[in-house]
Design a protein around this ligand. Sequence first.
Ligand code: 5GP
Length: 365
Amino acid sequence: MDNMDEQLDFDDVMIIPKNSNVESRRDVIITREYKFKWTDKVIEGNPAIAANMATTGTFEMARELQKHQMFCALHKHYTAEELIQFLEQNKKEFGTNDYIFIGTGLRSADFENLKQVMKTGLCNNICLDAPNGYIQGFVQHLNRLRTLFPKAVIMAGNIVTPDKTVELINNGADIVKVGIGSSAVCRTRTQTGVGRPQLSAVMDCVSAAKRYGGMICSDGGIQKPADYVKAIGANADFVMMGGYLAGYSEAGGELITRFVRTGFVDANGKDIIEERKYKLFYGMASSFAQKQHYDGLPYYRASEGTVFEVPFKGNVSSAIQNLEGGLRSAMTYTGARTLKKFPELVDFYKVKTQLNRMFGYNEKE
Ligand code: 5GP
């Protein structure tokens, strides 16, 4: 059945300002209480979560994000021993592993790893990830995980439709991961034509999830703090980010040095060459990732991801500060004193233009 309703992305809307008696950005609370469908666990946290990609779901990233009660979904290429060692140390350091999700996929090796880690009781949160959450084996595996770990917090995806949201919640998901094709490293849309603009996907799935006591994690497409704010405003309970966190010291991926001709010459007429640093950021379905973590791309699969050299930006604390600052400010614009209240106060304008680009302003900065 075709669906020709208009579908919106973050850049298609802006938040409407409202009367506010929140005087200062300091006065707002940017964490909320998370309660889950399948477990009694309660976590106080901020919606930001690092993607379980090899370049962003790292131990180093988890450490930094936790300081701000933000989450990190660890990638599935760590061994069980590495994970256990990290979780032991992290619990001593932070007193909790509540902000960590253990990333896992559909491969039996992932399952074995996960079982070993869960056996220790060190971490209660699982992120079951498959690029295509519509395949039947995915729901079966989710169901298996729920039976095996009845008290775990389980995040599962990815999907973009309300019917599948309900199916995943009923089969054991506390949080449904929503998003297909919105990452910059993603080639799914160009290779297959499948996908959905992120904002509409979130809004649609949120209403379904709420009816069944589940939550939504908006996954992908966050290019700037405003997108994270809009996702929360659209009722996403968590906002997963890959590209936005790539390029920082805490991200994995090789640090590359390039010598770039600036186009200017010095007093002696010699080319001015600048040294620039980049970090490698790659899609988990890219042939690069397949070579890096497995034996290369099998003949029946097209590469649905790509590789970028992202300018190196130093410590991730600056990116975190921008997320927090953007959210605090948006809350003062809408009169929301608490994060819980914020989505209730958010209404959107549909817009054709976002920014004034007179001076070539780069919206990603
Ligand atoms: P970003 O924050 O970079 O826009 O999106 C991150 C999300 O993109 C990840 O959490 C994951 O769902 C998705 N993703 C990661 N690698 C790939 C890939 O190689 N191909 C596709 N289609 N999606 C990917």
